[in-house]
Design a protein around this ligand. Sequence first.
Ligand SMILES: [Zn+2]
Length: 283
Amino acid sequence: MCRFGPAGNSPVFYKSGGKSSVEIPQWLHHLDLTAYEYQCGRGIKIGEETAKLIGKNAKKYGIALSIHAPYYINFCTEDRDKLEKSKNHLLKTMLLAKWMEADMVVFHPGSIGNMSRQQAFKNAADALEKFLSNEVSRWGVEGIKISPETMGKKRNLGTLDEVIELCSIFNLEPTIDFAHIHAVGHGALKTKGDFERVLEKIENNLGFDVLKNLHIHFSQIEFTEAGEKRHWSIREEGFGPDFSLLAKLLIEKNMKATVICESADRQVEDALVYKSIYEHLQM
Ligand SMILES: [Zn+2]
């Protein structure tokens, strides 16, 4: 079985009386959802005690936990101060994952700026190398998985190929955001075959175990020439990609993926729709 759940605290959580993220695991459990990605995109605003409570509740209610690191992490930068800050943001998120006993920390590799893609990739790979061999043990967060995400904007590092390359160099598992792949490829995911080629590339380069347990982000997305414009929910018509195409493959390939729904303000509602599409196709 695949797992489904929301990115962050959907407005419907607060509308139904929810107050703190500590209550989220139980609330999701009652909705029959089994995953949750805690959001630190705009910064880490949570202490050790609360983090441990969320982790404890997630375990109690069978919710797979992941954490999204701050958006302003940039491993491509040549500015030493910015790089130090980026490393600190990622380390703090990893420490949070340790407290929560979360499965992984999702991060955006960085921004290309005026560099060539090759230079940006080299900078990120060099910085990650030092990060993983020095800083991680100094902070006592060895063993916490970090997962680079496929990005939706052309000037960000994080095409499918770049993310796969980073994962194979550093033995990491990728976060595959299908909306981003769709946006950066100007609507690249139209058929089941389009999705299949993505999954096959992951399997061929990183192995079936990585594919099987894949961490997925999904939502409908609007894009321009430069890539991602904004995430939408499935209520707004005319935006892809189509989840049912991926759902068929999740079943055919017998995957145990985690699907985190990033629909704008309807993460929970759409996670339930994705789950029901998946369950109907299984019958
Ligand atoms: Zn992301």
